[in-house]
Design a protein around this ligand. Sequence first.
Ligand SMILES: Cc1cc2nc3c(=O)[nH]c(=O)nc-3n(C[C@H](O)[C@H](O)[C@H](O)COP(=O)(O)OP(=O)(O)OC[C@H]3O[C@@H](n4cnc5c(N)ncnc54)[C@H](O)[C@@H]3O)c2cc1C
Length: 568
Amino acid sequence: MLIIGGGINGVGTFRDLALQGVDVALVERGDYCQGASGASSHMIHGGIRYLENGEFRLVQESVVERNRLLKIAPHYVKPLQTTIPIFSTFSGMLSAPTRFLTHKQGKPKERGAFLIKLGLSMYDFFSRDGGSVPRHQFRGRAKALAELPSLHPGIKYAATYFDASVHNPERLTLDVLQDGEKAGIGSGLPGGSARASNYVSLVSMDSSAAGSVVLRDELTGEEFSFQADVIVNTTGAWVDLTNEAMGAASSFMGGTKGSHIVLDHPELLAACGGREIFFEHTDGRIVLIYPMGDRVLVGTTDVEADMAQDAVCTEAEIDYFFDLVGYVFPSIMVDRSQIVYSFAGVRPLPRHDDTQPGFVSRDYRIERSERPASGAAAALGGKAAVVLSLIGGKWTTFRALAEHLSNDVLRELGMERKISTAKLAIGGGSGFPNSEDGIQDWVKKHMAPGLDADRVSGLLTRYGTRAEDVIAYLHAGEDRKLRSTNELSVRELEFMAANEQIGHLVDVLIRRTSLAFRGLVTGELLNEVAEILSGQLAWDSAKRDAEIQHAQNVLLRFHGVTVHSLVA
Ligand SMILES: Cc1cc2nc3c(=O)[nH]c(=O)nc-3n(C[C@H](O)[C@H](O)[C@H](O)COP(=O)(O)OP(=O)(O)OC[C@H]3O[C@@H](n4cnc5c(N)ncnc54)[C@H](O)[C@@H]3O)c2cc1C
């Protein structure tokens, strides 16, 4: 079978099917996690606000999955203390129940303390399994301001509860993918029974054989046919376009665009006190400000997406973000010079006609269709190919969704499920220390000449316990740190080039490391990384310069980052 689309949902389904022993391939037209999966708010959450839309099934599944991910992917998914500043007591009391009982989408009313308390109590109820996260707490104005002194002095209360955040979604996606590839090894098929390739896109149906599609290698331009009994379309917001390419138009999707900015702003970072500040802005949208390492993430918007246009963060959205920071932290000034990175993506939401974007269901569904054999394939009596299209699917629920999608595929293939992924550690989450002391011990144990505590700790953060493989690779030859950053060495880049499907220089900056996200890409870094990769990926000097140019273009166009390279 063939999965099209290497976001978290396609990759999660790939891993699940590989573990069931299915002969599965996945193609992604760009890099893994470059679509919506690389543009999220990084929250692994039950979605408290979906309660007011009456989406109880989704909230229930999401909190269960959040609690599971904290256990099976502890290297990247961490608890997130979240505070909601509240400006009124009873507001929204009438509009919210009306909304979820009648499904009418009027202009949202401010959500007051009473309503938020009700929502959080329900949320606690949904989260009650095994006490993975503590229950919520309500604070009056004085206590709230004592805890977070920069909050707007006009607040009446603050509610605090726990959710989770994913710190490195791109690497978590890669871990899930590599688990799938590993599961396919030993199947007796050349290359294993689970194979995945980035920079390969689906272009059309191939009428010469039933279930055949035409794939294109985007790095070389080569096109070839691929035959599958079942095709899974997990191309997110592009699902309809992919179906159209396969000769069967659909109109399932109605994606909305959301953007974020990343700020290097120590004062704002300190003001958050290590918490996510999650609140309702003056237009009724739920927005967030929260620390991600030494940076602050601010988001997000929710506007109808035009799939003919690239999703980028606009100047108007930046103004909106500054406005929302000023709304909760009025004494803190923010300006454009503090933005180190921006990103935008399209949520793969269902078509929603006149429902306001913020109120469109976040739940997912799977649509089955058949592509009858045509042309030569029909003449030869070829059977129809089954296509399963995924509509929706949040980051938080990817494991459960993958299980559903995979069950549907197994039914089509007449196979049985062999193993559940519910408790199976993901990649470098396996054996990850479960306390700060445990982390320190792990670091001490792996220190060696050339690998000081900072470097080992950086590797553990980047790879989880898979860092052991990286460290073994570093020890197997002469190594040195890059001149342009302390966070990478020559051999680590070689390890990535050998094991992590790097198609372009920019993949290293945005998705194999968080250097771009944190605003740490310099011209010197671009040149040095390009130089080292050239040796590994057989790039000649023209290709190396083209890669530097490509990285600069992507960083400027999609992330608002200008990097002056040192190439003449
Ligand atoms: C602004 C924003 C904030 C969000 N915040 C959160 C959050 O905090 N928590 C949460 O749980 N969820 C959040 N989400 C939702 C979540 O990120 C997405 O629902 C999820 O990542 C979708 O994953 P996917 O794999 O279905 O789609 P995608 O990640 O979009 O993957 C689809 C892939 O298909 C590929 N593709 C397209 N056409 C082809 C083709 N012809 N051939 C091959 N490949 C193709 C694309 O390149 C893309 O990589 C957010 C989304 C956005 C946009």
